[in-house]
Design a protein around this ligand. Sequence first.
Ligand code: ADP
Ligand code: MG
Length: 702
Amino acid sequence: MHIYLEKEIESLKGIGKQKAKLLTKELGIKKIKDLLNHFPFRYDDKTQFCKIKDLENIEFNVSIKGVVLQTKLVGSSFKKRLVAEIKDETGKLELVWFKGLAWVGKLLKPGLEIIAYGKPTKFNDKINIAHPEVDYISKSTHQTKSNVIPVYKTTELLSKRFLNSRGIYRIQKELIDSIKENKNIEIPENLPSKVLEAENLMNRKDAFLQIHLPENLNEANEARRRLKFEELFYLQIRILKQKYLKNEEKLIGHKFPKKELLDEFINNHLPFELTRSQHKVIKEVYDDVLTGKHMNRLLQGDVGSGKTIVAFMSMLIAVSNGFQVTMMAPTEILAEQHFNTLKPFFEKLNIKSEILCGSTKQKLRREIFIGLETGYTKVLFGTHALLEENVKFKNLGLAIVDEQHRFGVAQRAKLWKKNTIPPHILVMTATPIPRTLAMTVYGDLDVSILKELPKGRKPIKTAWMKDSSRLKIFGFIREQIDKGTQAYIVYPLIEESTKLDYKYLEDGYESIKRAFPDVPIGVLHGRMRPDDKDYEMDLFVRGKTKIMIATTVIEVGINVPNATLMIIESAERFGLSQLHQLRGRVGRANLQSYCILVSGFKLTQESKERLSIMIKTTDGFEIANEDLKLRGPGNLLGTQQSGILELKIADLVKDEDILTKARNSAKQIIEEDPNFNKKENAVIKEYLNDLIEQGIDMTGIS
Ligand code: ADP
Ligand code: MG
């Protein structure tokens, strides 16, 4: 059937053994189907003419329409070249050839109107185009059929061997022409015809032909739309199918009908009025666990939106029903904080809680294990240390993961195994991502959202200052401390780095000490012993130290409501979401808070954009969107999840429209015919089998 596509590229005209090897090594192109799947990433339109006066600083191919003035041979016999001078209404330009001089010379008669296509370069301060492609306007002998030229990704090595974008285009053209000629070559359709019709998509074979060899841009765009849809459709089919399977087999979860402890807490101990979102989410959780269905829920809420209390109240539901709970955080400091803030409430309700981290001493460990196995200890906080196999619970009913984006899918899977019937899972994150993307990345999770911040919060005021304003900044720190509040100063590095001009923490510490000799100052960084970290954190939490000099160890989760000033040194070194998280360490109560981004003078365009966005908005959702635009989804979500987001042609952010449509189509099909038994869905079954054969598996999806 589609044997042709499985053939090695060596069998194609114009590709010898050497080139084939190189293409495989450099771009992973081994078979004909790989070549077909090496899509152009943009198109040059030869009908868009560039004026000669605008050629300065252009680094891509352009088309120039002009009249030949004269041609001349220059240089000595060894280095002879042909120069043709052309002009348009804005100026003159030289076209240069080093090969085929006689032939070109004969063709380019003065007075002839031509279109020259190529990349302008500067030589001896003069712009020229070397070896342009030339079309003749009057005669059509040399005219290529299409005016749209696909541009392909290539590598330096390939370019040296005549496989630059143009070279790849030539091979693609050869291939497409032969597919067009030979009617027996099949590129089988993989979308049900119903979907093709509903979405008005071209068939698969045409799409492959037209993406590489379009007659015009519109055709190219339609081909791309079709192939993007296909890619996103199958992404969704696989995610939704997995979700469907999970629902089938894991229908059973622990049933938690009771909630006395939750009621008692709400009636007697609630420290503040819950926001409407917090109410709503707790209800969503309760509705899940009430039924005996297995909960697998993602809680999204911006920094400071109050996720911890939601986690805590969910824990109370589980404990009311005699179950144990655990809550995992990405750093020891954060785990300690959760333990310390929630322990007093647990004590009031007579619930035993413990904490387990990498640094927990053996003796204490053994005691904790006994408490967990006998069921005496109800709540275990900790870092990923609690995932270890020797941590066994008597009856774990709920597992919570804070700052989920810091963990991988595999770690969450380990939590599932901590009980014969898997515990309910609640994962929390402050990385707000667009809904469609959340649905894709967090595939089978139900999503809850904390939409608002607690009442009375004032937006954080953000300023961007240069290194030279240091005295002013010191003055501002002093002002804040005099008001009785506290400040963080965050540095990108701990020690001096010879390569990079970072403001390093140790140096900063010294200068702050000198400027504030009367103020108690704390230090916190990743290389300190866990005990020392706890000690420093504790002093700051209790207000004993007023300024905290830190690295990004305080980036996520840390909650000291009395801190109102965040100073970020070398702010240009941080990513947007990191800046947002860091800024989120202040503004966590009703005090007016401030963030000062301190940067050097020489900044890249991207750094400037990042800092400007931080000044423009405090909305995490907006910032995440900007981050997506700047860096792409893989980066945003951390390395663990990025694998599945490596799409060939679609872009989860830019193609959100197509994604939504593809998802809806996929959803409808999974609902109606989850095993693809209907005749019209046979193509799906077949294509999925193909994918499995190729080793593309979706079990890695969360
Ligand atoms: P995050 O969502 O960033 O994890 P936290 O759960 O740490 O936020 O909450 C931030 C701060 O807001 C904490 O000091 C917490 O006690 C407080 N808080 C949470 N919910 C409310 C509320 N409904 N009203 C007032 N303060 C709240
Ligand atoms: Mg938090």
